[in-house]
Design a protein around this ligand. Structure first.
Ligand code: ACO
Length: 331
């Protein structure tokens, strides 16, 4: 086990909710599907889709701004901004733009990509800088605009996803409120879910050959991903509970990546955690990838459900394949 030099706490959360919605009924006029099929297989009723005039950096900055305001932290106090995203505006990274939009001039900012596990990976990464004594304040943002990368004629994927951003502020504290974490990767199964670059050979002048191309829409083997999620998510929650010395029944909340209500139900059942402790908002948002966990956390904080001192298990899972879990004490 690690022996942190400093403790870390989450001192605030925020989100940026996209206002434009697309209900299942409207989607069923675009592809051959139905509200009944989507709701019964996924729990999703509508998804939120970002209009073209807004960038990922602007959406993410809005979530970050709210988190800083809720935490009472000045942007100039931020040492590090971590942006978990798979859909940056710019492949060189979008975190720098967020730093500028927030006026967080002292902060170093970079992107981190781990698909739907991105927020958990970024939270744990940010916490290590604080624990090591390198930084005092870290802004972690999960933001994705998957609508940019869906094939809107493919009913097996386009019904599942939505856009959004959520954020959390981490600060150094006397008590360490990151009780346990575990991060995992399995590249051998990476083919199950991808948003892949595809290129064609292009010959340059004297004969050097390079590849030129573009990213292809999201491709998913739904059943494989489903089986992966219902096996790995409960396993990782059990592992981090064990590491933290917490029994699953002692958890106040389970904040899972919001991929599918059936996955949330199956994980809760495996762990013996009742549905009222499992945070869920995917009916209103769909799967927002790296944004889903901070969004559902922030919503529960704003609703007064999550209270300081509450024990929460986080678990993200998704492309890579990647998965990660953490036990946190809120506040
Ligand atoms: N509307 C109507 N019918 C559909 C749709 C749709 N949108 N999509 C598929 N179907 C059809 C299929 O063509 C198939 O028809 P067939 O039997 O004639 O071939 C039938 O419905 C059943 O399809 P399945 O793929 O077997 O449906 P399943 O019950 O497995 O549900 C689903 C599909 C919801 C995608 C499920 O597999 C799932 O939830 N997988 C996990 C997906 C996920 O969570 N991905 C994201 C996690 S990682 C990340 O977040 C990036």
């Amino acid at each position: 086990m690690n022996h942190p030099r400093q403790g870390v706490s989450i001192v605030g959360s925020g989100s940026a909710i996209v206002s434009q919605t697309l209900a299942n009924e409207a989607l069923s006029r675009l592809v051959e599907t139905s509200d009944d099929w989507i709701q019964s297989r996924t729990g999703i009723r509508q998804r939120r889709l970002l209009p073209p005039e807004t960038s990922l950096a602007e959406l993410a900055a809005a979530a970050g701004r709210e988190a800083l305001a809720n935490a009472g932290v000045d942007p100039l106090a931020v040492d590090l901004i971590l942006l978990a995203t798979s859909t940056p505006d710019d492949l060189f990274g979008s975190a720098g733009k967020i730093q500028h939009l927030l006026g967080a001039e002292r902060a170093v900012a970079f992107d981190l990509t781990a698909a739907c596990s991105g927020f958990v990976f970024a939270l744990v990464t940010g916490a290590q800088f604080i624990r090591a004594g390198a930084y005092r304040t870290v802004l972690v943002i999960g933001a994705d605009i998957l609508s940019r990368w869906l094939d809107w004629s493919d009913r097996t994927t386009c019904v599942l996803f939505g856009d959004g951003a959520g954020a959390a502020v981490l600060q150094v504290s006397d008590r360490d409120n990151l009780l346990a974490f575990e991060l995992c990767s399995d590249g051998a199964q990476g083919e199950a879910l991808s948003l892949r670059y595809q290129g064609r050979p292009q010959i340059l002048g004297e004969g050097a050959v390079i590849s030129q191309g573009a990213y292809q829409p999201i491709a998913m083997k739904g059943k494989e991903v489903y089986r992966f999620a219902v096996a790995r998510a409960p396993e990782i929650v059990e592992k981090v509970c064990f590491q933290a010395g917490v029994k699953p029944e002692e958890l106040d909340w389970l904040a899972l990546h919001q991929a599918n209500q059936r996955i949330l139900d199956a994980v809760g059942e495996r762990l013996g955690i009742p549905p009222e402790k499992i945070l869920s908002n995917l009916a209103q948002y769909g799967n927002t990838s790296a944004a889903s966990i901070p969004l559902v956390l922030d919503e529960a904080v704003a609703a007064g459900k999550i209270q300081p001192g509450n024990l929460i298990a986080l678990a993200g899972f998704g492309a890579g394949l990647s998965w990660g879990g953490a036990i946190i004490r809120w506040g």
